[in-house]
Design a protein around this ligand. Structure first.
Ligand code: F6R
Length: 243
């Protein structure tokens, strides 16, 4: 894994946006793998800014999101489809028909997962996958467990993830307990991965991530064997790493 430590969240976001711009300059019809959550919001702001300045044309871009809550449809203001429209897609010249987020209310979940996986293949695979990390080490919604799944699948959210994401919902009853998520195999197939980690509350998991072990109890640890993965940290997230 390549490590980039940036002074601030803004610098981290700018760095990631410029890496994506570089890819789009080289390959205007590339496929981006995208994440939601608090971490990539700054990246999306930078991408919108670069687009408004005439620096990025998204017209030929295809995107695949990592995950979606089970039970929320795209109109729900906490769904990841809504998040992506609100934070990025509504502000750039992307064709929304080329933006894919798992369907959280699909009747046949297994079929939805299978089709999502097939569609990624059909579009040529993901060129850059943007990731965040959960405080428990999850990537996508691949939660710590005895085993991890290869492909897109349905996952039960752990209590830790539910507590951590509860901040976006008005009550625990409203918070979904399952999600459809790309699997570890789907993520590892990306040609390049950029893992963004910001803030003091991620410093512990960052220290564990760089302890040199790979374990399904820390799903992000598998990224250590990806041949083109960049971890971008701000100073707070990197604060418990040995210099
Ligand atoms: C979101 C996702 C999650 C988040 C992670 C960190 O699509 O797949 O793995 O990246 O939970 O979330 P934040 O950035 O809110 O700390």
């Amino acid at each position: 894994m390549n490590i980039e430590i940036k002074k601030s969240y803004d610098e981290l976001s700018r760095f990631a946006a410029l890496e994506i711009k570089k890819l789009i300059d080289e390959k205007p019809n590339c496929v981006l793998g995208l994440a939601t959550g608090s971490t990539p919001i700054g990246l999306y702001k930078e991408l919108v800014k670069l687009h408004k300045e005439g620096e990025i044309d998204f017209s030929k871009i295809t995107t695949f999101n990592l995950d979606e809550y089970r039970g929320l449809d795209g109109d729900h203001n906490q769904s990841y489809r809504y998040f992506m429209d609100d934070n990025l897609f509504n502000h750039i010249n992307i064709d929304k028909n080329n933006t894919f987020v798992p369907n959280g209310v699909a009747q046949d979940v297994d079929d939805e997962c299978k089709k999502y996986e097939e569609l990624m293949e059909e579009k040529g695979g993901v060129d850059i996958q943007v990731l965040g990390i959960g405080v428990n080490g999850h990537i996508g919604f691949n939660e710590p467990n005895k085993h991890l799944y290869m492909d897109t699948h349905i996952e039960d959210l752990t209590d830790e993830t539910i507590s951590s994401n509860l901040r976006f919902f008005s009550s625990r009853e409203e918070m979904p307990t399952q999600a459809i998520t790309m699997g570890i195999g789907s993520i590892m197939k990306a040609k390049r991965i950029i893992l963004l980690i910001s803030g003091k509350n991620k410093a512990d998991i960052v220290a564990k991530l760089f302890s040199g072990k790979i374990t399904t109890e820390l799903p992000a640890s598998i990224l250590q064997i990806h041949n083109n993965c960049t971890v971008v940290l701000d100073e707070e997230a990197a604060s418990l790493l040995n210099k």
